[in-house]
Design a protein around this ligand. Structure first.
Ligand code: BEZ
Ligand code: FE
Length: 293
């Protein structure tokens, strides 16, 4: 028996024996991670006392989760999302200074290299839903406007799907775009009022949600990635506070500070001023970026 081993495996010493096999030369971070996971996993198994059948069911669930994942779909991330682990990792890695806008999950539907559009462009290419004007300013924590900040935005269409979920049905790049703030940190563009939608729930994670009596819906939101030189990149959303799922987001992404106001504008003078064809929703929302560390 080598010096770091703890003897034969028993129910009592199980985690100690496994952890003691980690060689002293192991990368320290890997050793720390595997030690913590082993200890928590053994503690959970001791608490649950699974039957062999239950253990096999858990293995089969994870196997199906793997088989459901491919280049386009990541069922393990979805599992992490619905267990709140994605939001916990996000919180740990995005402790913002006071006054800075908060982050939330990226989600699986971001598309890199979306074309940059002129300020004021309409990203709703399928013409569905209620027109919505989105505008605001981007500041640093000192209150200084950030000029030339990159705003990468994406949202579902009025049927509750992202363009990449309906290739050939929605126009490419429907409801996504990249904009740059002006000299005073301002931005504005047109989209469509978002609505709640289900996370992909036709796989093992959806089945698990069903067994737990949980719904798969995310409240209506717009996704943002905000980037500017000298500032931390912010991955976030803004949410419709009146959405019926605002208090029960399937992936726990809602934060008080991310609630925006969606105002219905019916005043004929405003409609004419904005060059709209009729009533529209307006969302005015500012963001504050933390300085790069
Ligand atoms: C989304 O908001 O796009 C999303 C986030 C987590 C899981 C599924 C979808
Ligand atoms: Fe989303």
């Amino acid at each position: 028996m080598s010096a770091h081993e703890q003897g034969y495996f028993t129910e009592e010493n199980s985690a100690d024996v496994v952890v003691s096999r980690i060689a002293p030369s192991t990368d320290p971070r890997l050793a720390e991670v595997i030690t913590a996971i082993t200890r928590h996993l053994h503690a959970a198994v001791k608490e649950i006392e699974p039957t062999q059948e239950e253990w096999l069911e858990a293995i089969m669930f994870l196997t199906k989760t793997g088989h459901t994942s491919d280049d386009w779909r990541q069922e393990f991330i979805l599992l992490s999302d619905i267990l709140g682990v994605s939001m916990l990792v996000d919180a740990i890695n995005n402790r913002k200074p006071s006054g800075a806008s908060e982050s939330t999950v990226l989600g699986p539907f971001h598309v890199p290299d979306v074309p940059e559009l002129p300020m004021g462009a309409n990203i709703c290419l399928d013409g569905k839903g209620h027109p919505m004007l989105i505008k605001g300013r981007i500041f640093g924590t000192g209150g200084e406007p950030i000029a030339g900040a990159k705003i990468d935005v994406w949202q579902t269409n009025d049927d509750g799907f992202y363009d990449v979920q309906q290739k050939g049905i929605q126009p490419d790049f429907n409801l996504r775009g990249v904009f740059r703030t002006g000299e005073d940190g301002s931005y504005f563009f047109w989209g469509a009022k978002p609505r709640f939608y289900p996370i992909p729930d036709d796989g093992p994670v959806g089945q698990l949600l069903g067994k737990l009596g949980r719904h798969p819906y995310r409240p209506a939101h717009l996704h943002y990635i905000l980037e500017a030189e000298g500032f931390e990149t912010l991955i976030t959303h803004i949410f419709d506070p009146d959405d019926e799922y605002i208090h029960s987001d399937a992936v726990f992404g809602v934060k008080e500070s991310l609630l925006a106001k969606f105002d219905l504008i019916e005043d004929p003078a405003r409609i004419a001023d904005e060059g709209a064809k009729g009533p529209f929703y307006e969302v005015v929302h500012d963001f504050v970026l933390a300085p790069a560390s």
